[in-house]
Design a protein around this ligand. Structure first.
Ligand code: ADP
Ligand code: MG
Length: 249
């Protein structure tokens, strides 16, 4: 969460330098990421594309400080990470909601972890719930909601902490095509409207169309062990710049 005036457009928010990651396995170390250099700047949506097993989730978790790198560095606004990245919040593929908590309680979780007092938590959570289109469902439990609505809770829980960088790990791939398309469009509208202060998005996906439609820049992760294979700017006018949800329109 930004504590000052907040990052200006173009400021490097996240940077990985020579990032490698291996997991310890039964047959020794499994190298997953090999020497990743990547920057994420304020004002941009970066899509991280690669086939299953290429290390997308691993890279995202390293950038979010949820797991440590084996070597190399990850910085947030120039400062090396020491544990969870304070500038990021994560949306997961399978929502990761706690089934015994209500929508509002799930959304408040991230604020609780950051020591926000109860009354301020409730106010912020209700705002986020409203913004993401779940008004009236504050007291519902996850099992009472459709997949699309559950993922809306996932988005509200991430956005409520006002992260500088929103990290999304295949957030639409567990949803049916229409639900995914609606949620994508709404999210882009929300991003365009400036109603939440998030300054950059990292979207992990294996869907090329989704990457190109949503992102300003696409980074492709090669396999075994993953290094950056290609990176390109998306050259066409962005839906965000047209100020329209206009997905595919
Ligand atoms: P992707 O998200 O691109 O599908 P992942 O980052 O999930 O890729 O996984 C990359 C590789 O690392 C895969 O071979 C996977 O089996 C392995 N892997 C991921 N997480 C762990 C873990 N916690 N322990 C051991 N191996 C892991
Ligand atoms: Mg993954």
């Amino acid at each position: 969460m930004a504590t000052d005036a907040g990052p200006a457009d173009g400021e490097v928010l996240l940077a990985a330098r020579g990032l490698t990651k291996s997991y310890a396995g039964a047959d020794g170390e499994l190298p997953v990421l090999a020497g990743i250099d990547l920057e994420v700047r304020a004002g941009e949506i970066v899509a991280l594309l690669g086939r299953s097993g290429s290390g997308k989730s691993t890279l995202l978790r390293c950038l979010a400080g949820l797991i440590p790198a084996s070597s190399g560095t990850v910085t947030y606004r120039g400062r090396p990470l020491d544990g969870a990245n304070p500038g990021t919040a994560m949306v997961f593929q399978t929502f990761a909601l706690l089934p015994w908590l209500t929508v509002q309680q799930n959304v408040e979780l991230g604020l609780e972890a950051r020591g926000v007092p109860a009354r301020a938590r409730a106010t912020a959570a209700l705002q986020a719930i409203d913004l993401i289109g779940l008004d009236g469902f504050e007291s519902a439990y996850p099992k009472e909601l459709s997949g699309g609505m559950r993922q809306r809770v996932g988005f509200a829980r991430a956005l409520v902490v006002e992260p500088d960088v929103l990290m999304m790990d295949e957030p639409f791939s567990a949803l049916d095509v229409l639900t995914a398309e609606n949620l994508r469009g709404e999210l882009m509208e929300l991003w365009a409207s400036g109603q939440f202060p998030t300054r950059a998005v990292v979207l992990v996906t294996h869907n090329i169309e989704e990457a190109v439609l949503m992102a300003d820049r696409v980074v492709v992760l090669g396999s075994r062990p993953g290094s950056l294979k290609a990176a390109f700017d998306v050259p066409m006018t962005h839906p965000r710049d047209r100020g329209a949800p206009g997905f595919g329109a």
